[in-house]
Write a protein that binds this ligand. Structure first.
Ligand SMILES: [Zn+2]
Length: 215
C-alpha cells in the first residue's frame, strides 16, 4: 500500500488498513498477541517517533471493544503502535449507543475490516452484575447501566451456577458480537465480507488472546 511506512520495528500504521480483508486483519492482530506473549514485541520502543509517524491521516485496520480493566491494555497485548487500531473501552465492554456510533464510524468512514470484542476473566463488571442479581440490589448511579447491560448474559447462564463468572463472560462477549452483527449500518459490509466481527477472551495469566469462535 502506498501509505506503507515499514520500519525495522515492523509494519507502520496504514500498512494493512483500508482495503484489507477481515482475515488478514485478524491474522495481524493475533500475530501481535503472539509477539506480546513471547516477550518479543516490536512496537513500543520509541513512542515519540511512532506518534510522529502516525500523525497524518489515520488508517487503522481494526477496532477493538474491550474492558476498562487496568490489566488489559489493548495496544500492548496486541503489540500495536500508533495509528494501527482504534480502541474503545467500557466497564465489561458494554456496548451502548456512543460505542456503537464509534464503531459505525470506524467501519463505515475509515473502512476498517475487523471489529473485535475482547472479554477477560475475573471481570469486575461481571462480578458486580452477579452480585447485584444475587442480592437483588441494583447499584446506584450509572453503574446500574453497566449491570443492566451485562445481566442478560448472567441470567442466561444462571446466576447460581458455580461457573457463572467464566461462563457469563463468554456469553456476554457472544451477545455483544451478535448485537454488532445485527446493527443496520454494519449489515451491508458484513454481508459483503468487507468486515468481520470476532469475539475473543484475554487470559490474564498468560497474556494470550483466544478467539471464542475461530473461523
Ligand atoms: Zn473487565
Amino acid at each position: 500500500m502506498s501509505a506503507s511506512r515499514a520500519t525495522p520495528l515492523g509494519p507502520g500504521p496504514g500498512d494493512r488498513a483500508r482495503g484489507g480483508t477481515p482475515r488478514v486483519a485478524l491474522a495481524e492482530l493475533l500475530a501481535g498477541n503472539r509477539r506480546f506473549v513471547s516477550g518479543q514485541p516490536v512496537h513500543g520502543h520509541d513512542v515519540t517517533a511512532a506518534a510522529a509517524s502516525a500523525s497524518g491521516d489515520q488508517q487503522p485496520y481494526a477496532v477493538l471493544l474491550g474492558c476498562i480493566d487496568s490489566r488489559v491494555p489493548l495496544e500492548a497485548i496486541f503489540d500495536q503502535t500508533f495509528g494501527s487500531i482504534c480502541v474503545i473501552r467500557t466497564g465489561g465492554h458494554v456496548l451502548d449507543r456512543a460505542v456503537l456510533g464509534s464503531i459505525e464510524y470506524v467501519v463505515d468512514v475509515l473502512g476498517v475490516p475487523l471489529v473485535m470484542v475482547l472479554g477477560h476473566e475475573r471481570c469486575g463488571a461481571v462480578d458486580a452484575t452477579v452480585g447485584a442479581l444475587r442480592t437483588g440490589r441494583r447499584p446506584d448511579g450509572a453503574l446500574a447501566h453497566l449491570v443492566d447491560r451485562i445481566a442478560p448474559a448472567v441470567t442466561e447462564v444462571g446466576v447460581d451456577d458455580p461457573q457463572v463468572q467464566p461462563l457469563a463472560i463468554r456469553r456476554h462477549v457472544r451477545r455483544t458480537v451478535a448485537a454488532l452483527r445485527a446493527d443496520p449500518i454494519l449489515s451491508a459490509p458484513l454481508a459483503a465480507g468487507r468486515v468481520a466481527v470476532a469475539g475473543a477472551l484475554y487470559d490474564l495469566s498468560t497474556g494470550e488472546v483466544a478467539l471464542l469462535d475461530p473461523p
